[in-house]
Structures are given as structure tokens and as C-alpha cells.
Design a protein around this ligand. Structure first.
Ligand code: SAM
Length: 275
């Protein structure tokens, strides 16, 4: 059977509304070819002959498992260890120094909560864990909780499995690779338990409020690029509510939210603080 070429504008609108309702991502009509290509790849595995029957399937109860794969196909999961190294330099140096100073001045407890919001396959959350473990002498006796969340179940599974390939490890020098990984088979590196045990993962849609104790530092990087302004504002509102006062928000270069962060104090090109 001939594969369908591209979504019609009417079909695109159906998928666009569906994706918006599930993920908050409002995909523009200019992305019709990209979306068509990504959905087309799912037709055969889902046993569907065309876009229309695929839509019916993912919107139905029996299509729940396929819906997970559909969301994976639509979202971009590209990530890597220590991506944008300057963010991690700040964490390891300035942020840790500030924590220690504030603790010494009695302004805070010896506990720390960090959230990698939209963590994909875990590299960002684990990079945070690596940096904090490198500061372990300064943070001796501290309770450190790192949480990674994502809307994509398959990404979370990869994060929990914690087996990586060299492709996402470009920013790690050989010494770090040896320290943090064991090579389980050629080209496959298993992150050591000392790091994996520092991070908990769970499924969370950033469009919804986070019902957890607030965080001292939240990382929101390379996720909002396809969100419309209304959804971006919703995500920012949810995150700011989840920050302690004095807490930091680390944003990626493509979030497009700089004019929505007026309630926070700008502390650097990628860094905002709640007063
Ligand atoms: C490109 S990755 C970013 C990973 C990491 N933050 C980084 O900068 O390397 C974007 C992630 O956002 C997730 N995502 C997209 N929409 C989301 C939503 N509404 N809630 C939570 N995660 C979402 C995707 O599943 C994907 O794993």
C-alpha cells in the first residue's frame, strides 16, 4: 500500500490540537512536513494504513501504549552530558559556594533539592549529580535530592537504565568517563551506582503543577522551543511556584521566555533567582 505523502491541513489541525492538549506544544502549520514525517514512521508499527486511522487509534483506549510512542516521536529528546558546560561550572562553583556560605550564616539547612525538568534520557540530571558529587567534600553531611522528570516514558526508561554511548559523552574527558562509567560491552557505558543512586526519575507534564516540596534549583533547558506563549507562561508559572525563595532557575538558550521572567531576578545570561 502506498504511504500517505503529507497530512492535509485539516488532519494537521486535528493532530495539532491533540498534541497541544497532551503536551502543551503548539506546533505551527509551517512544521507540517516535519510532523507528517514523524507520524508516518509510526503508521506501520501501529498497524495503521493512513493518518486518519492512526489518529483514531491514538485517541482511543486501546491506543494508549501507542500514544506513548507517538509523544516520543513528536518530542525532541536530543541531550548530552554536561551540555552547555558553563551551566555546570556555575553549579559546581558559585552555587555550591553560596550554599555553604548561607549554611554557615544560618540562613539555610544542610539540605538541597534540584530538579531537572524535562530530563530526557537522564544526562542532565546525572551531570548535576556528577557536579555535586565532585563538591562532596564541601557538602559532607548534606541531604541532596535530585529529581529528573519527563513526559516521555521511553526517555525515562533510558534514564533509569543509565546505559549510554560515547555520542552523548563528548564533554566528558577520559578521566571522568573512567570515574563515572564502566564499559559493559564495546561502546556501551553503564553509569556507576554512586551517581545513579543520587537521582530519582518520574513522569511529569510541565503543563501541570508539581506536587512536591519546592526546589532550590530547577533546570529548564531545550524544551520550550515548540511551545506557544500561553503554554510557556503556564510552565514558567508552575516552575516558579515550585522554587524556594532564593532558589535558581537555569534556562536553556532556546526557551524564548526571557520576557516572561519579570518576577525573577536575572543573575546571568542563563540564570534567574526567585527573591
Ligand atoms: C531536547 S530534550 C531536553 C533535555 C535536557 N533538558 C537538555 O537540555 O539536554 C526535551 C525534552 O522535553 C520533553 N518534553 C516535551 N514536552 C514536555 C512536557 N509538556 N512536559 C515534560 N517534558 C516534556 C521531551 O520528552 C524531551 O525529552
Amino acid at each position: 500500500m502506498k504511504e500517505p505523502e503529507r497530512l492535509t491541513p485539516q488532519q494537521f489541525e486535528l493532530f495539532q490540537k491533540f498534541i497541544y492538549e497532551r503536551c502543551g506544544i503548539k506546533i505551527d502549520l509551517s512544521k507540517i512536513t516535519l510532523v507528517s514525517n514523524r507520524i508516518r514512521r509510526r503508521l506501520q508499527p501501529a498497524n495503521c494504513s493512513d493518518f486518519g486511522s492512526y489518529y483514531q487509534f491514538i485517541a482511543s483506549k486501546p491506543g494508549a501504549a501507542e500514544l506513548v510512542d507517538f509523544i516520543d516521536a513528536i518530542t525532541t529528546n536530543e541531550t548530552s552530558f554536561l551540555r552547555t558546560p558553563s551551566n555546570f561550572e556555575w553549579l559546581k562553583n558559585d552555587f555550591v559556594s553560596e550554599l555553604i556560605r548561607d549554611r554557615a550564616e544560618g540562613k539555610r539547612e544542610s539540605s538541597l533539592r534540584v530538579w531537572s525538568a524535562a530530563c530526557s534520557s537522564g544526562e542532565e540530571a546525572y551531570s548535576i549529580a556528577m557536579c555535586l558529587s565532585e563538591a562532596s567534600v564541601s557538602l559532607r553531611g548534606w541531604s541532596i535530592q535530585i529529581m529528573g522528570t519527563d513526559i516521555s516514558e521511553s526517555s525515562l526508561k533510558l534514564a533509569r537504565d543509565a546505559v549510554y554511548r560515547k555520542r552523548t559523552m563528548q564533554e566528558l574527558d577520559d578521566a571522568k568517563v573512567r570515574r563515572y562509567f564502566s564499559e559493559v560491552s564495546p561502546g556501551e557505558f553503564h553509569l556507576r551506582p554512586a551517581i545513579t543512586e543520587m537521582v530519582k526519575f518520574k513522569n511529569h507534564n510541565l503543563m501541570k503543577p508539581m506536587l512536591e516540596k519546592p526546589f532550590d534549583c530547577i533546570w529548564l533547558r531545550n524544551v520550550l522551543i515548540y511551545f506557544d506563549r500561553e503554554s510557556k507562561a503556564k510552565v514558567i508559572d508552575n516552575l516558579v511556584r515550585s522554587m524556594v525563595s532564593g532558589g535558581y532557575l537555569v534556562v536553556g538558550p532556546s526557551e524564548g521566555v526571557y520576557d516572561m521572567l519579570g518576577m525573577l531576578q536575572k543573575r546571568g545570561t542563563f540564570l534567574y533567582q526567585k527573591q
